[in-house]
Design a protein around this ligand. Structure first.
Ligand code: FMN
Length: 127
């Protein structure tokens, strides 16, 4: 069974491109070793991340994410079983998102209407 977690959070300080690369390198190394895939969307000081994989791995990884001092106000949007992986080929895809589109995603998230598939569509049209 595939588990997924989706959350939004705010960066603790303005992350440079290098900070983000370092974060992603660390995240991908861990995720590869724990069969976790997903995507990290970032926009200014905001993040939205999807983690997917075996339940135990995803929950351990999410605990690691929550513990990071690099962001705060981690707000869970989804934490439950999924019908499958959406980013199966990515230890952690990433995409910078323009502010209007990020606001659209946050609006869906606020209304609890966001589905992980939306992130895939979003990512494909944003590359
Ligand atoms: C937005 C964000 C996303 C992250 N994603 C992952 C992840 O997918 N997998 C993972 O193992 N760690 C993830 N982390 C944790 C980082 O890889 C790293 O361990 C952490 O940022 C170091 O935090 P520290 O500065 O508190 O030591 C994430 C952290 C942040 C802030």
């Amino acid at each position: 069974m595939i588990w997924n977690v989706l959350y939004v959070s705010s960066a603790s300080y303005p992350l440079t491109r290098e900070d983000l690369e370092r974060l992603l390198t660390d995240a991908r190394a861990w995720n590869k070793g724990h069969d976790v895939t997903g995507i990290l969307l970032h926009c200014g000081g905001n993040f939205m991340q999807l983690l997917e994989g075996p339940q135990e791995s995803v929950l351990r990884t999410f605990a690691r994410v929550v513990a990071s001092s690099q962001h705060h106000t981690v707000t869970e949007l989804l934490n439950g079983p999924a019908s499958g992986r959406i980013f199966g080929e990515w230890a952690m895809a990433d995409s910078q998102v323009n502010p209007e589109r990020f606001q659209d995603m946050l609006r869906l998230a606020d209304q609890r209407q966001i589905q992980p598939q939306v992130l895939r569509t979003f990512w494909e049209t944003n590359r």
